[in-house]
Design a binder for this molecule. Sequence first.
Ligand code: GRF
Length: 204
Amino acid sequence: MKELGSLGNSPMRKVPTAVLISGRGSNMVSLVKASLHKDYPANISLVISNIPTAPGIAKARELGVMAMAINYKDFKNRLSFDMALDSVLRTAQIEMVCCAGFMRILTPEFTSKWQGKLLNIHPSLLPKYKGLNTHQKALDAGDKEHGCTVHYVTSELDSGEVILQRKISILNTDTAESLADRLLPIEQTIYPIALKKVLTETSR
Ligand code: GRF
């Protein structure tokens, strides 16, 4: 009986999660802050940047998260970088990986190892506007709506199953910059919601 009682009171297991970044890391900060809540199902225990000068590295450390760079320039090709990344993630016992402004295309070798455990946030309403310059592409197309998407990462760029999307209206006065500015806080809102959804809805 005693054992059952202590089970009932035991804290929820948080899934060890890494965030991959290349720059300022505002989506990463939002994920870390969400993960600090006791009922959030992920623990962001590692941040990795492929660029050593990424401002997000210091931001992660300020929040008490271990952060490191794996400099892509130190590797002779994409696959050797990805295998080093995989090795670091496994050594750190990471079970879930969130790309957040991680500006690298991952190899099929890497994406297949992390299938179903690798997420990304993309600033468009996928399947529209894969790749870069999504805000300008939405403006050029005369779209009335734009948005952002959290999706699973597969070997095909920005093409994995959609987990969560949110829309904004495009105003006549919008520029690529104003769209990026209005979308960013929405990205920061939906990414923690999407990660929670994945961790609570999928059988892990
Ligand atoms: C975000 O707009 C994200 O959707 C895109 O790159 C930007 C990264 O911003 N892939 P941050 O580094 O999270 O601040």
